[in-house]
Unconditional design. Structure first.
Lengths: 266, 286
Protein backbone atom coordinates (compact mmCIF):
# COMPACT_ATOMS: atom_id res chain seq x y z
CA UNK A 1 0.00 0.00 0.00
CA UNK A 2 1.41 3.38 -0.92
CA UNK A 3 1.61 5.62 2.10
CA UNK A 4 1.28 9.23 1.04
CA UNK A 5 1.56 11.94 3.64
CA UNK A 6 -1.99 13.14 4.29
CA UNK A 7 -2.99 16.44 5.81
CA UNK A 8 -3.87 15.74 9.41
CA UNK A 9 -7.53 16.78 9.34
CA UNK A 10 -9.09 13.82 7.54
CA UNK A 11 -11.01 11.49 9.88
CA UNK A 12 -10.83 7.76 10.00
CA UNK A 13 -13.76 5.43 10.01
CA UNK A 14 -14.14 2.16 11.80
CA UNK A 15 -16.75 -0.53 11.72
CA UNK A 16 -17.12 -2.96 14.53
CA UNK A 17 -19.27 -5.95 13.67
CA UNK A 18 -21.66 -3.90 11.56
CA UNK A 19 -24.41 -6.09 10.12
CA UNK A 20 -27.93 -5.50 8.97
CA UNK A 21 -31.20 -7.30 8.35
CA UNK A 22 -34.06 -5.62 6.55
CA UNK A 23 -37.58 -6.45 7.56
CA UNK A 24 -39.67 -7.81 4.74
CA UNK A 25 -43.24 -8.79 5.62
CA UNK A 26 -42.20 -8.74 9.26
CA UNK A 27 -39.39 -11.25 8.72
CA UNK A 28 -35.73 -10.28 8.85
CA UNK A 29 -33.86 -10.60 5.56
CA UNK A 30 -30.09 -10.67 6.02
CA UNK A 31 -28.45 -8.01 3.89
CA UNK A 32 -25.05 -7.62 5.47
CA UNK A 33 -23.18 -10.05 7.69
CA UNK A 34 -21.14 -8.45 10.46
CA UNK A 35 -18.29 -6.44 8.96
CA UNK A 36 -15.32 -5.14 10.92
CA UNK A 37 -13.12 -2.70 9.08
CA UNK A 38 -10.75 0.02 9.98
CA UNK A 39 -10.28 2.77 7.42
CA UNK A 40 -7.53 5.08 8.61
CA UNK A 41 -7.76 8.82 8.08
CA UNK A 42 -6.74 9.83 4.59
CA UNK A 43 -7.12 6.41 3.02
CA UNK A 44 -8.77 5.79 -0.34
CA UNK A 45 -10.69 2.53 0.10
CA UNK A 46 -12.80 0.84 -2.55
CA UNK A 47 -15.60 -1.61 -1.81
CA UNK A 48 -16.70 -4.10 -4.45
CA UNK A 49 -19.04 -7.06 -4.46
CA UNK A 50 -21.73 -8.63 -6.57
CA UNK A 51 -25.16 -7.08 -6.77
CA UNK A 52 -27.06 -7.60 -3.54
CA UNK A 53 -23.94 -8.10 -1.44
CA UNK A 54 -24.89 -5.21 0.83
CA UNK A 55 -22.65 -2.43 -0.48
CA UNK A 56 -25.32 0.23 -0.37
CA UNK A 57 -26.45 -1.00 3.03
CA UNK A 58 -22.88 -0.68 4.26
CA UNK A 59 -22.31 2.89 3.05
CA UNK A 60 -25.73 3.99 4.25
CA UNK A 61 -24.78 2.72 7.69
CA UNK A 62 -21.47 4.61 7.45
CA UNK A 63 -23.36 7.76 6.44
CA UNK A 64 -25.68 7.50 9.44
CA UNK A 65 -28.68 7.12 7.12
CA UNK A 66 -29.41 3.61 8.34
CA UNK A 67 -29.12 2.27 11.84
CA UNK A 68 -27.52 -1.15 11.46
CA UNK A 69 -29.13 -4.08 13.27
CA UNK A 70 -25.78 -4.99 14.79
CA UNK A 71 -22.48 -3.34 15.50
CA UNK A 72 -21.16 0.20 15.64
CA UNK A 73 -19.81 2.63 13.09
CA UNK A 74 -17.33 5.16 14.40
CA UNK A 75 -16.26 8.32 12.65
CA UNK A 76 -13.18 9.95 14.11
CA UNK A 77 -13.71 7.71 17.14
CA UNK A 78 -17.28 8.82 17.86
CA UNK A 79 -20.15 6.34 17.40
CA UNK A 80 -22.49 7.27 14.54
CA UNK A 81 -26.16 7.70 15.44
CA UNK A 82 -27.25 10.03 12.65
CA UNK A 83 -25.56 11.66 9.67
CA UNK A 84 -22.23 12.84 11.15
CA UNK A 85 -20.87 16.28 10.41
CA UNK A 86 -17.81 16.29 8.25
CA UNK A 87 -19.11 13.40 6.19
CA UNK A 88 -20.50 13.81 2.69
CA UNK A 89 -22.04 11.31 0.37
CA UNK A 90 -22.44 11.08 -3.39
CA UNK A 91 -25.24 8.81 -4.56
CA UNK A 92 -25.36 6.70 -7.65
CA UNK A 93 -28.37 8.45 -9.08
CA UNK A 94 -27.34 12.03 -9.49
CA UNK A 95 -30.61 12.66 -11.30
CA UNK A 96 -32.47 12.06 -8.07
CA UNK A 97 -30.10 13.64 -5.59
CA UNK A 98 -29.85 17.02 -7.32
CA UNK A 99 -32.95 19.16 -6.96
CA UNK A 100 -34.46 20.18 -10.30
CA UNK A 101 -36.03 23.30 -8.79
CA UNK A 102 -32.66 24.73 -7.88
CA UNK A 103 -29.92 26.05 -10.09
CA UNK A 104 -26.52 24.41 -9.96
CA UNK A 105 -25.32 27.15 -7.66
CA UNK A 106 -28.21 26.72 -5.24
CA UNK A 107 -27.87 22.95 -5.29
CA UNK A 108 -24.27 23.23 -4.18
CA UNK A 109 -25.15 25.95 -1.71
CA UNK A 110 -27.57 23.56 0.05
CA UNK A 111 -24.58 21.95 1.75
CA UNK A 112 -23.65 25.32 3.26
CA UNK A 113 -27.09 26.51 4.34
CA UNK A 114 -26.56 25.47 7.90
CA UNK A 115 -22.91 26.43 8.13
CA UNK A 116 -23.66 29.82 9.64
CA UNK A 117 -21.59 31.44 6.91
CA UNK A 118 -22.72 34.64 5.19
CA UNK A 119 -24.22 34.68 1.72
CA UNK A 120 -21.19 36.25 0.07
CA UNK A 121 -18.81 33.83 1.70
CA UNK A 122 -20.97 30.91 0.65
CA UNK A 123 -21.20 32.18 -2.89
CA UNK A 124 -17.42 32.28 -3.10
CA UNK A 125 -17.14 28.76 -1.70
CA UNK A 126 -19.68 27.46 -4.23
CA UNK A 127 -17.80 29.06 -7.11
CA UNK A 128 -14.56 27.56 -5.87
CA UNK A 129 -16.07 24.08 -5.50
CA UNK A 130 -17.47 24.25 -9.04
CA UNK A 131 -14.06 25.27 -10.31
CA UNK A 132 -12.51 22.40 -8.44
CA UNK A 133 -14.73 19.88 -10.25
CA UNK A 134 -14.14 21.53 -13.59
CA UNK A 135 -17.52 23.23 -14.00
CA UNK A 136 -16.83 26.95 -13.92
CA UNK A 137 -19.59 28.18 -16.24
CA UNK A 138 -22.83 26.54 -15.21
CA UNK A 139 -23.75 28.20 -11.94
CA UNK A 140 -27.02 29.56 -13.25
CA UNK A 141 -28.03 26.47 -15.22
CA UNK A 142 -30.47 23.91 -13.87
CA UNK A 143 -29.24 20.34 -13.35
CA UNK A 144 -31.60 19.01 -16.02
CA UNK A 145 -29.93 21.25 -18.56
CA UNK A 146 -26.62 19.43 -18.02
CA UNK A 147 -25.27 16.11 -19.27
CA UNK A 148 -25.08 13.18 -16.87
CA UNK A 149 -21.38 13.59 -16.32
CA UNK A 150 -21.79 17.27 -15.55
CA UNK A 151 -24.61 16.52 -13.12
CA UNK A 152 -22.40 14.07 -11.27
CA UNK A 153 -19.71 16.77 -11.08
CA UNK A 154 -22.28 19.08 -9.49
CA UNK A 155 -23.09 16.38 -6.95
CA UNK A 156 -19.39 16.03 -6.19
CA UNK A 157 -19.05 19.80 -5.82
CA UNK A 158 -21.91 19.77 -3.35
CA UNK A 159 -20.22 16.96 -1.44
CA UNK A 160 -16.88 18.74 -1.12
CA UNK A 161 -18.04 22.35 -0.73
CA UNK A 162 -18.48 22.05 3.02
CA UNK A 163 -14.96 20.61 3.35
CA UNK A 164 -15.87 17.17 4.68
CA UNK A 165 -13.26 14.88 6.13
CA UNK A 166 -14.87 11.76 4.78
CA UNK A 167 -16.35 11.28 1.32
CA UNK A 168 -18.58 8.28 0.66
CA UNK A 169 -19.46 7.42 -2.92
CA UNK A 170 -21.98 4.72 -3.80
CA UNK A 171 -21.41 3.61 -7.40
CA UNK A 172 -21.23 7.22 -8.45
CA UNK A 173 -20.22 6.63 -12.06
CA UNK A 174 -22.31 3.60 -12.94
CA UNK A 175 -24.62 5.62 -15.18
CA UNK A 176 -22.18 7.66 -17.26
CA UNK A 177 -20.37 6.76 -20.47
CA UNK A 178 -16.86 5.31 -20.50
CA UNK A 179 -14.97 8.48 -21.38
CA UNK A 180 -16.84 10.60 -18.83
CA UNK A 181 -16.25 7.90 -16.30
CA UNK A 182 -12.49 7.95 -16.83
CA UNK A 183 -12.51 11.73 -16.44
CA UNK A 184 -14.54 11.54 -13.24
CA UNK A 185 -12.25 8.87 -11.82
CA UNK A 186 -9.28 11.15 -12.35
CA UNK A 187 -11.26 14.00 -10.82
CA UNK A 188 -11.90 11.99 -7.65
CA UNK A 189 -8.23 10.98 -7.37
CA UNK A 190 -7.27 14.60 -7.87
CA UNK A 191 -9.69 15.84 -5.20
CA UNK A 192 -8.41 13.24 -2.79
CA UNK A 193 -4.88 14.47 -3.40
CA UNK A 194 -5.79 18.08 -2.92
CA UNK A 195 -8.19 17.86 0.02
CA UNK A 196 -7.80 16.24 3.42
CA UNK A 197 -10.20 13.42 2.63
CA UNK A 198 -10.82 9.83 3.52
CA UNK A 199 -12.64 8.25 0.60
CA UNK A 200 -14.84 5.16 0.60
CA UNK A 201 -15.76 4.34 -2.96
CA UNK A 202 -18.30 1.63 -3.80
CA UNK A 203 -18.30 0.21 -7.29
CA UNK A 204 -19.32 -2.77 -9.40
CA UNK A 205 -16.32 -2.35 -11.57
CA UNK A 206 -13.20 -4.26 -10.57
CA UNK A 207 -10.95 -2.19 -12.84
CA UNK A 208 -12.29 1.00 -11.34
CA UNK A 209 -11.65 -0.19 -7.81
CA UNK A 210 -8.04 -1.10 -8.58
CA UNK A 211 -7.41 2.06 -10.51
CA UNK A 212 -8.77 4.31 -7.77
CA UNK A 213 -8.08 2.72 -4.43
CA UNK A 214 -5.21 2.13 -2.07
CA UNK A 215 -7.14 -0.85 -0.88
CA UNK A 216 -10.00 -2.97 -2.16
CA UNK A 217 -12.53 -4.61 0.14
CA UNK A 218 -14.56 -7.41 -1.43
CA UNK A 219 -18.00 -8.22 -0.04
CA UNK A 220 -19.55 -11.61 -0.66
CA UNK A 221 -23.18 -12.51 -0.92
CA UNK A 222 -25.00 -12.16 2.38
CA UNK A 223 -24.42 -13.45 4.91
CA UNK A 224 -20.77 -13.63 3.89
CA UNK A 225 -19.55 -10.16 4.91
CA UNK A 226 -15.99 -9.24 3.94
CA UNK A 227 -14.57 -11.85 1.63
CA UNK A 228 -11.22 -10.27 0.86
CA UNK A 229 -9.37 -7.10 1.80
CA UNK A 230 -6.34 -6.42 -0.35
CA UNK A 231 -3.90 -3.54 -0.66
CA UNK A 232 -3.36 -2.05 -4.12
CA UNK A 233 0.36 -2.16 -4.97
CA UNK A 234 0.27 0.73 -7.41
CA UNK A 235 2.13 4.04 -7.25
CA UNK A 236 0.35 7.12 -6.04
CA UNK A 237 0.40 8.91 -9.39
CA UNK A 238 -1.86 7.01 -11.72
CA UNK A 239 -3.10 7.59 -15.21
CA UNK A 240 -5.66 5.88 -17.34
CA UNK A 241 -3.24 4.46 -19.91
CA UNK A 242 -0.10 3.33 -18.11
CA UNK A 243 -1.67 2.34 -14.81
CA UNK A 244 -4.21 0.09 -16.43
CA UNK A 245 -1.44 -1.57 -18.45
CA UNK A 246 0.82 -2.16 -15.43
CA UNK A 247 1.40 -5.77 -14.49
CA UNK A 248 0.45 -5.09 -10.85
CA UNK A 249 -2.87 -3.78 -12.12
CA UNK A 250 -3.66 -6.77 -14.30
CA UNK A 251 -2.54 -9.23 -11.62
CA UNK A 252 -4.72 -7.70 -8.96
CA UNK A 253 -7.66 -7.44 -11.31
CA UNK A 254 -7.33 -11.14 -12.11
CA UNK A 255 -7.20 -12.00 -8.43
CA UNK A 256 -10.24 -9.89 -7.61
CA UNK A 257 -12.10 -11.29 -10.56
CA UNK A 258 -11.61 -14.75 -9.08
CA UNK A 259 -12.78 -13.53 -5.68
CA UNK A 260 -15.93 -12.02 -7.15
CA UNK A 261 -16.70 -15.10 -9.19
CA UNK A 262 -16.37 -17.18 -6.04
CA UNK A 263 -18.44 -14.69 -4.06
CA UNK A 264 -21.26 -14.93 -6.59
CA UNK A 265 -21.39 -18.66 -6.09
CA UNK A 266 -21.91 -17.97 -2.40
CA UNK B 1 -14.41 -5.72 -16.33
CA UNK B 2 -17.71 -5.29 -14.63
CA UNK B 3 -19.62 -7.48 -12.26
CA UNK B 4 -23.27 -6.91 -13.10
CA UNK B 5 -23.61 -5.47 -16.54
CA UNK B 6 -20.70 -5.73 -18.91
CA UNK B 7 -20.82 -2.44 -20.76
CA UNK B 8 -18.15 -2.34 -23.43
CA UNK B 9 -16.83 1.08 -24.32
CA UNK B 10 -18.88 0.97 -27.50
CA UNK B 11 -22.26 0.37 -25.84
CA UNK B 12 -21.36 2.84 -23.16
CA UNK B 13 -20.83 5.57 -25.69
CA UNK B 14 -24.19 5.00 -27.31
CA UNK B 15 -25.87 4.85 -23.94
CA UNK B 16 -24.37 8.12 -22.82
CA UNK B 17 -26.46 10.67 -20.97
CA UNK B 18 -29.19 12.39 -22.94
CA UNK B 19 -27.76 15.41 -24.68
CA UNK B 20 -29.51 18.67 -24.06
CA UNK B 21 -29.15 19.82 -27.66
CA UNK B 22 -32.61 19.50 -29.21
CA UNK B 23 -32.87 17.79 -32.58
CA UNK B 24 -33.48 20.19 -35.44
CA UNK B 25 -37.04 19.04 -36.09
CA UNK B 26 -38.21 19.93 -32.61
CA UNK B 27 -38.67 23.60 -33.47
CA UNK B 28 -40.99 22.87 -36.36
CA UNK B 29 -42.86 20.19 -34.47
CA UNK B 30 -43.36 22.56 -31.60
CA UNK B 31 -44.72 25.22 -33.95
CA UNK B 32 -47.17 22.79 -35.50
CA UNK B 33 -48.24 21.62 -32.09
CA UNK B 34 -48.80 25.21 -31.03
CA UNK B 35 -50.97 25.91 -34.10
CA UNK B 36 -53.03 22.75 -33.67
CA UNK B 37 -53.24 23.44 -29.94
CA UNK B 38 -54.51 26.95 -30.41
CA UNK B 39 -57.02 25.83 -33.01
CA UNK B 40 -58.46 23.21 -30.67
CA UNK B 41 -58.19 25.49 -27.72
CA UNK B 42 -60.02 28.51 -29.11
CA UNK B 43 -61.83 26.65 -31.88
CA UNK B 44 -63.87 24.29 -29.73
CA UNK B 45 -65.47 26.97 -27.53
CA UNK B 46 -66.06 29.10 -30.62
CA UNK B 47 -67.74 26.17 -32.36
CA UNK B 48 -69.96 25.43 -29.36
CA UNK B 49 -70.89 29.07 -29.14
CA UNK B 50 -71.75 29.10 -32.86
CA UNK B 51 -73.81 25.94 -32.44
CA UNK B 52 -75.73 27.43 -29.53
CA UNK B 53 -76.27 30.59 -31.58
CA UNK B 54 -77.57 28.64 -34.60
CA UNK B 55 -79.78 26.22 -32.66
CA UNK B 56 -81.35 28.91 -30.50
CA UNK B 57 -81.72 31.46 -33.29
CA UNK B 58 -85.42 30.93 -33.92
CA UNK B 59 -86.28 29.90 -30.39
CA UNK B 60 -89.59 31.13 -29.06
CA UNK B 61 -89.24 29.25 -25.79
CA UNK B 62 -89.49 31.52 -22.77
CA UNK B 63 -86.84 29.62 -20.86
CA UNK B 64 -84.40 29.19 -23.73
CA UNK B 65 -84.22 32.54 -25.50
CA UNK B 66 -82.03 32.95 -28.59
CA UNK B 67 -78.36 33.45 -27.77
CA UNK B 68 -78.45 36.71 -29.71
CA UNK B 69 -80.92 38.08 -27.18
CA UNK B 70 -78.83 36.86 -24.27
CA UNK B 71 -75.80 38.62 -25.71
CA UNK B 72 -77.83 41.84 -26.15
CA UNK B 73 -79.00 41.63 -22.57
CA UNK B 74 -75.41 40.97 -21.43
CA UNK B 75 -74.35 44.49 -22.36
CA UNK B 76 -77.27 46.18 -20.64
CA UNK B 77 -77.19 43.94 -17.56
CA UNK B 78 -73.51 43.88 -16.72
CA UNK B 79 -72.86 47.60 -16.60
CA UNK B 80 -69.76 48.87 -14.80
CA UNK B 81 -71.92 49.85 -11.82
CA UNK B 82 -73.37 46.39 -11.55
CA UNK B 83 -69.97 44.79 -11.98
CA UNK B 84 -68.70 46.94 -9.13
CA UNK B 85 -71.68 46.12 -6.94
CA UNK B 86 -72.18 42.45 -7.64
CA UNK B 87 -69.26 40.89 -9.47
CA UNK B 88 -66.46 42.50 -7.53
CA UNK B 89 -67.69 41.37 -4.09
CA UNK B 90 -68.05 37.84 -5.45
CA UNK B 91 -64.52 37.90 -6.77
CA UNK B 92 -63.16 39.18 -3.46
CA UNK B 93 -64.97 36.41 -1.55
CA UNK B 94 -63.80 33.86 -4.06
CA UNK B 95 -60.16 34.87 -3.81
CA UNK B 96 -60.27 35.17 -0.03
CA UNK B 97 -61.87 31.75 0.35
CA UNK B 98 -59.47 30.24 -2.17
CA UNK B 99 -56.48 31.73 -0.37
CA UNK B 100 -57.75 30.42 2.96
CA UNK B 101 -58.27 26.97 1.48
CA UNK B 102 -54.79 27.12 -0.03
CA UNK B 103 -53.07 28.02 3.22
CA UNK B 104 -55.03 25.56 5.35
CA UNK B 105 -54.90 22.78 2.74
CA UNK B 106 -51.15 23.05 2.20
CA UNK B 107 -50.35 23.38 5.91
CA UNK B 108 -52.51 20.42 6.92
CA UNK B 109 -51.43 18.44 3.88
CA UNK B 110 -47.74 18.86 4.68
CA UNK B 111 -48.39 17.85 8.27
CA UNK B 112 -50.47 14.80 7.38
CA UNK B 113 -48.15 13.80 4.55
CA UNK B 114 -45.10 13.97 6.82
CA UNK B 115 -46.54 12.00 9.73
CA UNK B 116 -47.91 8.66 8.50
CA UNK B 117 -49.54 7.94 11.84
CA UNK B 118 -51.48 11.19 11.63
CA UNK B 119 -52.76 10.26 8.19
CA UNK B 120 -53.91 6.94 9.60
CA UNK B 121 -55.61 8.55 12.60
CA UNK B 122 -57.34 11.26 10.59
CA UNK B 123 -58.37 8.98 7.72
CA UNK B 124 -61.96 8.25 8.82
CA UNK B 125 -62.63 11.84 9.92
CA UNK B 126 -61.43 13.25 6.63
CA UNK B 127 -63.43 10.71 4.64
CA UNK B 128 -66.54 11.66 6.62
CA UNK B 129 -66.08 15.40 6.19
CA UNK B 130 -65.36 14.99 2.52
CA UNK B 131 -68.59 13.09 1.98
CA UNK B 132 -70.73 16.00 3.14
CA UNK B 133 -71.88 17.97 0.07
CA UNK B 134 -70.55 21.50 0.60
CA UNK B 135 -73.90 23.23 -0.19
CA UNK B 136 -75.41 21.45 2.82
CA UNK B 137 -72.77 23.04 4.97
CA UNK B 138 -74.02 26.53 4.20
CA UNK B 139 -76.91 26.50 6.71
CA UNK B 140 -74.67 25.01 9.37
CA UNK B 141 -71.92 27.53 8.78
CA UNK B 142 -74.56 30.28 8.75
CA UNK B 143 -75.67 29.26 12.23
CA UNK B 144 -72.16 29.71 13.52
CA UNK B 145 -70.88 32.64 11.52
CA UNK B 146 -74.06 34.57 10.65
CA UNK B 147 -74.72 35.85 7.16
CA UNK B 148 -71.76 38.13 6.57
CA UNK B 149 -68.76 37.84 4.31
CA UNK B 150 -66.99 35.69 6.90
CA UNK B 151 -69.60 33.01 6.40
CA UNK B 152 -69.35 33.15 2.59
CA UNK B 153 -65.56 33.06 2.60
CA UNK B 154 -65.68 30.09 4.97
CA UNK B 155 -68.14 28.28 2.71
CA UNK B 156 -65.82 28.78 -0.26
CA UNK B 157 -62.81 27.64 1.75
CA UNK B 158 -64.52 24.54 3.17
CA UNK B 159 -65.84 23.63 -0.27
CA UNK B 160 -62.52 23.83 -2.08
CA UNK B 161 -59.96 22.82 0.53
CA UNK B 162 -60.18 19.11 -0.28
CA UNK B 163 -58.31 18.92 -3.57
CA UNK B 164 -55.55 21.08 -2.09
CA UNK B 165 -55.29 18.96 1.04
CA UNK B 166 -55.36 15.59 -0.69
CA UNK B 167 -52.96 16.57 -3.45
CA UNK B 168 -50.55 18.05 -0.94
CA UNK B 169 -50.62 14.86 1.15
CA UNK B 170 -49.89 12.80 -1.96
CA UNK B 171 -47.20 15.17 -3.14
CA UNK B 172 -45.43 15.10 0.23
CA UNK B 173 -45.73 11.34 0.54
CA UNK B 174 -44.26 10.71 -2.87
CA UNK B 175 -41.10 12.70 -2.25
CA UNK B 176 -38.18 10.59 -3.40
CA UNK B 177 -36.53 8.82 -0.42
CA UNK B 178 -33.16 9.58 -1.99
CA UNK B 179 -33.99 13.30 -1.89
CA UNK B 180 -34.80 12.86 1.81
CA UNK B 181 -31.49 11.05 2.35
CA UNK B 182 -29.77 13.88 0.57
CA UNK B 183 -31.14 16.57 2.87
CA UNK B 184 -30.55 14.38 5.91
CA UNK B 185 -26.87 14.26 4.99
CA UNK B 186 -26.82 18.03 4.53
CA UNK B 187 -28.00 18.71 8.07
CA UNK B 188 -30.86 21.04 7.20
CA UNK B 189 -33.25 22.28 9.86
CA UNK B 190 -36.95 21.39 9.69
CA UNK B 191 -37.83 24.80 8.29
CA UNK B 192 -35.07 24.56 5.70
CA UNK B 193 -36.24 21.09 4.70
CA UNK B 194 -39.75 22.46 4.24
CA UNK B 195 -38.58 25.36 2.15
CA UNK B 196 -35.87 23.70 0.09
CA UNK B 197 -37.26 20.21 -0.33
CA UNK B 198 -40.83 19.49 0.75
CA UNK B 199 -42.74 22.44 -0.72
CA UNK B 200 -40.89 22.57 -4.04
CA UNK B 201 -40.94 18.78 -4.45
CA UNK B 202 -44.67 18.65 -3.76
CA UNK B 203 -45.18 21.85 -5.77
CA UNK B 204 -46.50 20.33 -8.99
CA UNK B 205 -49.06 18.28 -7.08
CA UNK B 206 -50.03 21.23 -4.90
CA UNK B 207 -50.57 23.30 -8.04
CA UNK B 208 -52.80 20.60 -9.50
CA UNK B 209 -54.86 20.69 -6.30
CA UNK B 210 -55.07 24.47 -6.32
CA UNK B 211 -56.22 24.44 -9.92
CA UNK B 212 -59.15 22.19 -9.08
CA UNK B 213 -59.84 24.25 -5.99
CA UNK B 214 -60.07 27.45 -8.01
CA UNK B 215 -62.83 26.15 -10.25
CA UNK B 216 -64.66 24.77 -7.22
CA UNK B 217 -64.30 28.14 -5.53
CA UNK B 218 -66.31 29.79 -8.28
CA UNK B 219 -69.10 27.27 -7.79
CA UNK B 220 -68.98 27.69 -4.03
CA UNK B 221 -69.11 31.46 -4.06
CA UNK B 222 -72.25 31.38 -6.21
CA UNK B 223 -73.84 28.85 -3.87
CA UNK B 224 -72.93 30.88 -0.80
CA UNK B 225 -74.59 33.93 -2.33
CA UNK B 226 -77.87 32.12 -2.82
CA UNK B 227 -78.51 32.27 0.93
CA UNK B 228 -79.51 35.58 2.49
CA UNK B 229 -77.19 37.69 0.38
CA UNK B 230 -77.46 41.40 -0.35
CA UNK B 231 -75.11 41.38 -3.31
CA UNK B 232 -72.99 39.11 -5.45
CA UNK B 233 -73.14 37.33 -8.75
CA UNK B 234 -74.91 34.34 -7.26
CA UNK B 235 -77.62 36.51 -5.75
CA UNK B 236 -78.05 38.39 -9.05
CA UNK B 237 -78.57 35.20 -11.02
CA UNK B 238 -81.00 33.93 -8.38
CA UNK B 239 -82.98 37.17 -8.44
CA UNK B 240 -83.11 37.19 -12.25
CA UNK B 241 -84.50 33.69 -12.31
CA UNK B 242 -87.03 34.39 -9.55
CA UNK B 243 -88.24 37.51 -11.36
CA UNK B 244 -88.36 35.63 -14.66
CA UNK B 245 -85.72 37.87 -16.22
CA UNK B 246 -84.63 34.84 -18.19
CA UNK B 247 -82.24 36.43 -20.72
CA UNK B 248 -80.52 38.30 -17.87
CA UNK B 249 -80.25 35.04 -15.93
CA UNK B 250 -78.59 33.37 -18.91
CA UNK B 251 -76.27 36.33 -19.33
CA UNK B 252 -75.21 35.84 -15.71
CA UNK B 253 -74.45 32.21 -16.38
CA UNK B 254 -72.46 33.27 -19.43
CA UNK B 255 -70.54 35.72 -17.26
CA UNK B 256 -69.77 32.93 -14.81
CA UNK B 257 -68.30 30.88 -17.62
CA UNK B 258 -66.18 33.79 -18.78
CA UNK B 259 -64.94 34.33 -15.22
CA UNK B 260 -64.09 30.65 -14.99
CA UNK B 261 -61.99 30.90 -18.14
CA UNK B 262 -60.21 34.05 -16.94
CA UNK B 263 -59.43 32.53 -13.55
CA UNK B 264 -58.08 29.36 -15.13
CA UNK B 265 -55.85 31.37 -17.42
CA UNK B 266 -54.62 33.59 -14.66
CA UNK B 267 -53.85 30.51 -12.61
CA UNK B 268 -51.90 28.89 -15.40
CA UNK B 269 -49.83 32.00 -15.95
CA UNK B 270 -48.84 32.01 -12.27
CA UNK B 271 -48.21 28.28 -12.36
CA UNK B 272 -45.94 28.58 -15.41
CA UNK B 273 -43.94 31.19 -13.61
CA UNK B 274 -43.77 29.49 -10.21
CA UNK B 275 -43.09 26.00 -11.58
CA UNK B 276 -40.88 27.03 -14.51
CA UNK B 277 -38.32 24.46 -13.38
CA UNK B 278 -40.89 21.71 -13.59
CA UNK B 279 -42.06 22.59 -17.07
CA UNK B 280 -38.41 22.78 -18.08
CA UNK B 281 -37.32 19.55 -16.42
CA UNK B 282 -40.24 17.43 -17.61
CA UNK B 283 -40.81 19.11 -20.94
CA UNK B 284 -44.49 19.22 -20.03
CA UNK B 285 -46.59 21.18 -22.52
CA UNK B 286 -49.90 22.64 -21.52
N1 LIG C 1 -35.14 -1.37 1.84
C1 LIG C 1 -34.93 -2.68 1.74
N2 LIG C 1 -35.85 -3.55 2.21
C2 LIG C 1 -35.64 -4.88 2.14
N3 LIG C 1 -34.55 -5.46 1.62
C3 LIG C 1 -33.61 -4.65 1.12
C4 LIG C 1 -33.75 -3.23 1.15
N4 LIG C 1 -32.65 -2.67 0.59
C5 LIG C 1 -31.87 -3.70 0.22
N5 LIG C 1 -32.43 -4.88 0.54
C6 LIG C 1 -31.83 -6.22 0.33
O1 LIG C 1 -30.60 -6.24 0.98
C7 LIG C 1 -29.61 -6.85 0.17
C8 LIG C 1 -28.43 -5.93 -0.01
O2 LIG C 1 -28.85 -4.76 -0.69
P1 LIG C 1 -27.88 -3.59 -1.10
O3 LIG C 1 -28.70 -2.58 -1.81
O4 LIG C 1 -27.11 -3.15 0.08
O5 LIG C 1 -26.91 -4.32 -2.12
P2 LIG C 1 -25.83 -3.70 -3.10
O6 LIG C 1 -24.58 -4.46 -2.91
O7 LIG C 1 -25.76 -2.23 -2.94
O8 LIG C 1 -26.44 -4.08 -4.51
P3 LIG C 1 -26.28 -3.29 -5.88
O9 LIG C 1 -24.90 -3.58 -6.35
O10 LIG C 1 -27.29 -3.96 -6.77
O11 LIG C 1 -26.54 -1.86 -5.64
C9 LIG C 1 -30.29 -7.25 -1.10
O12 LIG C 1 -30.61 -8.62 -1.03
C10 LIG C 1 -31.53 -6.44 -1.13
O13 LIG C 1 -32.57 -7.13 -1.75
MG1 LIG D 1 -26.15 -0.55 -4.23
Amino acid sequence: MSAEPRPPTASGLSLDGVGHDYLRDGRPVPALAPVSLDIPAGQFACVIGPSGSGKTTLVRAMAGLLRPSRGTVRVGGAPVTGPPTGLAMVHQEYGRSLFPWKTVRDNVDLALLNSGRGQRDRRAAVTEALHLVGLPDVERAYPWQLSGGMQQRVAIARAVVAQPRILLMDEPFAAVDAQTRADLEDLVRDLWHRLPLTVVFVTHDIDESVYLGQRVVVLGRPPAGVRADVPVPLPDRRDQVTTRAAVEFTDLRAELYGQIAAAKLG
Amino acid sequence: MVIRELPSAATDLTEGPASDAPPRTVGRRRLRRAVVGTALFAGLPAALFALWWALSAGSTSFFFPPLSRIVDTFGTTWTPTRIGQDVLPSLVRLLAGFALAGVVGIALGVLIGSVPRLAWALGPTLAFLRAVPPPLLVPAIMLVLGIGDGMRITVVAVGCVWPVLLNTVDGVRSIDPLARDTVAGLHLSAVQRLRHLVLPAAGPRIAAGLEQALSLALVMVVISEMFAARDGLGRSILVFSQTFAIPAMWSGILLLGVLGILLAFGFRAVQRWALAWWFGATGAVR
